[in-house]
Ligand binder design. Structure first.
Ligand code: SF4
Ligand code: SF4
Length: 167
């Protein structure tokens, strides 16, 4: 079932520590069929959670741009790369190219991405829960637990089947 964002935030605050510890210890647990379980929960999450109603990633986080993203997006909005850099981008402490501010300047009032077809690759792949190296990306998932109801749902279900032996 779709959970309104406020409900997600309440549950997340209550369980964040528990799920963070669970995710940190996941590699040691050697879970049988982990990737197929994650795939099932990923599908469940996309069935029940409407990104169009949420848009929390676009409101509270910044995508990481590749150089190709900068070129494509700047061209699309009719700016030079230099102009786009000056107005919107910065290099962060991890040397990633990110937005200067949140929410994203391409998010409209109806929670729609106004450059959807040409958005940065990181936006297309977010929240990265479809990756086969799910366990090795756990630091990303731990970070996203606080922001993304889809990530939260997958980790919550995984915790249920591994720790509580539910199906
Ligand atoms: S470019 Fe589009 S998908 Fe990416 S953060 Fe901005 S609004 Fe969201
Ligand atoms: S990817 Fe996660 S945070 Fe982004 S809109 Fe979908 S559910 Fe919300």
């Amino acid at each position: 079932m779709y959970k309104p964002l406020q409900q997600f935030k309440r549950e997340m605050k209550k369980n964040l520590k528990k799920y963070t510890t669970f995710m940190k210890g996941l590699p040691r647990r050697k879970v049988n069929g982990l990737i197929s379980k994650v795939g099932r929960f990923h599908k469940e999450a996309y069935r029940d959670i409407d990104c169009g109603q949420c848009a929390n990633c676009c409101k509270t986080m910044t995508p990481t741009y590749t150089k190709a993203d900068v070129k494509r997006v700047a061209e699309h909005v009719g700016m030079t790369e230099k102009e786009y850099w000056k107005k919107y981008l910065v290099v962060d402490e991890n040397k990633d190219i990110v937005h200067q501010k949140t929410p994203c300047h391409f998010l409209d009032k109806s929670n729609r991405c106004t450059i959807y077809a040409i958005r940065p690759a990181d936006c297309r792949l977010y929240p990265h829960t479809q990756r086969k190296d799910f366990v090795y990306q756990r630091d990303i998932h731990i970070q996203n637990l606080e922001y993304c109801p889809i990530t939260y749902h997958i980790v919550e279900r995984l915790n249920e089947v591994v720790m509580e032996k539910k199906s």
